[in-house]
Design a protein around this ligand. Sequence first.
Ligand code: HEM
Length: 281
Amino acid sequence: MAAAAQLRPDIYLPTCPNAESIVRGVMKKALIREPRSVASVMRLQFHDCFVNESLEEVCPGLVSCADIIIMAARDAVALTGGPDWKVKLGRLDSLSPWLEESNEIMPSPRSNASYLIDLFNKFNLSVEDLVALSGTHSIGQARCFSIMFRLYNQSGTGRPDPAIEPKYRAKLNKLCPTNVDQNVTGDLDATPRVFDNQYFKDLVAGRGFLNSDQTLYTFTQTRSFVELFSKDQSVFFQAVVNGMLKLGDLQNNQPGEIRSNCRVVNNRGIKSLTLGGYQRS
Ligand code: HEM
């Protein structure tokens, strides 16, 4: 997660005025080349980091990776038919690798709604935020690996999750038989290339792919939001924008830097490491 900094929409106007249009252009090309790639990038807002070489060419060392992810995730939603919104920028990248941190907070696909409510609550994200943000699974895919337990041994019962609608379960069993290569992927909802409220309609019909998805309908506390979003796409869109903005506001208070390669922290001597990074002026 990025270091604390003052966030505002036009922060790159003086230094890299084309930052947002460059990110959107790269995402457009990615969508044409490989439709799933924008979903994978979007997941990064929750999780990880990637390199945007186009920005490095035009604005070397000026735009943080954390901000690129925030812009790219928004673009993934907007370019696949979802809402568009203004993002706040000015994050710095953390001075330590992100993987350990993000793995710690990354919820497992086995999670149930009550665990997810508590987890999101720790980050001041509400039950509505949880359901709306899970609605980003309206685009993209997941691996058989993430649902094998659900199909064959839910909670150690040796049985499938009873919440899966039988015809959908037959489909998933065919996609992910017990001897499958667990890297085989399936769609997270019935319209995996379109950002819409189909995901919620699927949950109501018992056709959620991940356990963490279907549990949002099984649990009473989250069910009313699933029902609401399944009936009214514009309410879902507003809620997901609110949730994404809140997610984007989460920061820790460590010093940061602008990484030149998003995958690794910048190279620096031990002395400057102990002094910490710089703060944006
Ligand atoms: C509520 C807790 C969440 C859980 C338990 C969860 C879990 C997962 C899992 C297990 C996968 C598939 C990984 C695989 O099998 O390869 C996945 C995919 C995905 N997640 Fe989540 N996720 C959650 C929230 C979010 C949020 C908040 C976002 C966006 C801000 C998000 C965006 C995505 C996207 C777009 C994909 C598809 C990626 C692709 O097609 O490559 N998820 N998620």
